[in-house]
Design a protein around this ligand. Structure first.
Ligand SMILES: Cc1cc2nc3c(=O)[nH]c(=O)nc-3n(C[C@H](O)[C@H](O)[C@H](O)COP(=O)(O)OP(=O)(O)OC[C@H]3O[C@@H](n4cnc5c(N)ncnc54)[C@H](O)[C@@H]3O)c2cc1C
Length: 479
């Protein structure tokens, strides 16, 4: 009998639960060949404007782990994962020709670079009479369930939220399959690349990291279970989300959500189950709120296309004063601005790949509003270094901080000193990442640039030697 074969091309959906493309492939074909390609442009290439490594070591490691875990899960169900390094439009195409498949199923991506790859593959497949079949895998909401066409999506989050949260149901997550058909075509499974193959040396995580992220679906589900069911940390989410030290304040689900190891619908349904058992409160609502914000930014990326990457943004509102100043940028990246709250956050991201939301807002505002550096440089640095980089979330948040986003009320100029005092009142976070400031009392720790010579002598700290002079006087925010 003629065997109908399909390829399931995994991309940013490295999971078996709630994987629509996987479901559709299994419903359409007798045999499904799962494939993952480490796209050499994404792993070994550079960011678009300013040439940072496109995928830094923390994310590369996380993805390798996630792909390894996916392969193991597929093997346990009777299948396997074919792994390649190269260009997906060539590698998947070669497998499609060799296996004489009918279709390639994948969860569709919408931003330009990702769409270009899927378009190129689609074109190649057509040349041999095969088809791409697209599903959706990243969001809470389906475009087709929204009460407006994508081009009419409200440009402000508040409006968007009001129009969807009460009226649009979140569809149930699809279950993971219990068994998979074996791969009968003779295909080289392919070795998983190590970090050096993807351009990085192996490393051990900095011991000061609050959380060490281990890639993979099971790890993501475990973290969700821990946060909700084991520890009930969700009950304090509103109060703790902005705290800076320690692994358990915010959910830390972002790396798994970004690589699709975890489906947002799964998070939502676990949250609803939790609410049914323990009651709804402002904290459980807040997690839903941020998942909606994540969706909103993706819809904005879809609506405004490449404008989210441009200096003037969707608002078409570039500040002529923003400079491409690599020297200022480098001091910011190195955590050597002389403003402790900024430096601590920048050292954390550089040494771990993660930074809290509060930190991200402050360092972004500082770069753009206080140093006058082009926000795109910061966005590309984040793209490179973040373990949880997500194209729409990263660029959308940078748009917002720079005041070029679609939401006109979003221009956010942070008072760094008040933020530091509010969120790090004793300076513990600053001292954690800046050991050179450990001797400073809480009332001085956020303003070492204001220490007199005698105070410096007394505290054994020489500004300009032991810790940099401030690029922006902290007096600026004192009044
Ligand atoms: C300049 C800047 C850049 C950012 N870049 C990214 C990025 O590349 N990837 C990313 O996932 N988030 C990004 N964020 C959003 C946010 O900082 C992170 O999602 C959050 O810190 C991740 O930690 P968490 O999982 O503990 O979040 P929690 O506070 O526990 O939130 C739960 C989930 O909600 C979503 N979420 C929360 N806040 C936001 C937000 N502001 N925008 C979009 N989604 C949100 C995330 O998926 C997150 O995992 C950025 C924010 C800023 C200000």
């Amino acid at each position: 009998m003629y065997t109908k074969r399909a390829i399931l091309w995994f991309r940013l959906d490295l999971r078996l639960h709630d994987n629509e493309a996987l479901h559709e492939a299994l419903n359409s074909a007798d045999e499904v060949i799962p494939v993952y390609v480490f796209d050499e442009r994404t792993f070994l290439g550079n960011t678009h404007f300013f040439g940072f490594p496109k995928t830094g070591k923390y994310r590369a490691k996380f993805i390798i782990e996630s792909v390894a875990a996916l392969r193991q899960s597929l093997q346990e169900l009777g299948s396997n994962l074919i792994v390649r390094v190269g260009k997906p439009e060539e590698e998947v195409f070669e497998i499609a020709k060799k296996a004489r498949t009918s279709w390639v199923f994948c969860n569709r991506e919408r931003t330009e670079e990702e769409a270009r790859v899927q378009d190129a593959l689609e074109k190649n497949l057509w040349s041999v009479g095969q088809e791409m079949r697209y599903s959706r895998g990243k969001l809470l909401y389906y475009t087709s369930d929204l009460p407006f066409p994508i081009q009419h999506t409200p440009d402000t989050f508040t409006q968007f939220r009001k129009e969807v949260e009460r009226y649009v149901p979140v569809r149930s997550p699809l279950p993971a399959p219990e068994k998979l058909p074996p791969i009968t075509v003779a295909l080289e499974p392919g070795d998983l690349p190590g970090l050096p193959r993807l351009g990085h040396e192996a490393f051990t995580p900095d011991p000061r990291s609050a959380a060490v992220f281990q890639g993979g679906e099971q790890e993501g589900l475990r973290r969700l279970h821990y946060y909700l069911w084991e520890e009930g940390l969700i009950d304090e989410f509103r109060e703790t989300r902005d705290m800076l030290l320690g692994p358990d304040y915010s959910t830390r689900l972002s790396p798994w959500l970004a690589q699709g190891c975890l489906s947002p619908k799964m998070v939502y349904y676990e949250l609803r189950k939790y609410e049914e058992q323990y009651g709804r409160n402002k904290s459980t609502y807040d997690l839903f709120y941020y998942l909606m914000l994540r969706d909103f930014l993706r819809f904005m990326a879809k609506k405004h296309c490449n404008q989210i990457f441009l200096k003037a943004g969707p608002a078409n509102n570039a500040d002529p004063c923003w400079r491409n100043d690599t020297a200022l940028l480098q001091q910011w990246i190195d955590g050597r601005t002389g403003v402790p709250f900024i430096d601590a956050n920048m050292r954390e991201i550089s040494l771990t790949g993660y930074m809290s939301n509060r930190g991200r807002q402050n360092v972004a505002s500082f770069l753009v509003n206080d140093l006058g550096v082009n926000w795109q440089m910061g966005a590309e640095y984040f793209e490179s270094v973040l373990v949880d980089y997500d194209v729409a979330s990263n660029w959308g948040n940078w748009n917002a901080i720079a005041g070029v986003g679609s939401d006109p009320r979003e221009n956010r100029n942070f008072n760094i000193l008040s933020q530091a005092r509010a969120y790090d009142p004793k300076g513990e976070y600053v001292k954690h990442w800046l050991p050179e400031l450990r001797g400073l009392p809480p009332e001085k720790v956020h303003q070492p640039d204001q220490l007199s010579s005698s105070e410096q002598e007394e505290l054994h700290l020489r500004i300009g030697d032991d810790y940099p002079r401030a690029m922006v006087s902290t007096e600026k925010w004192s009044s």
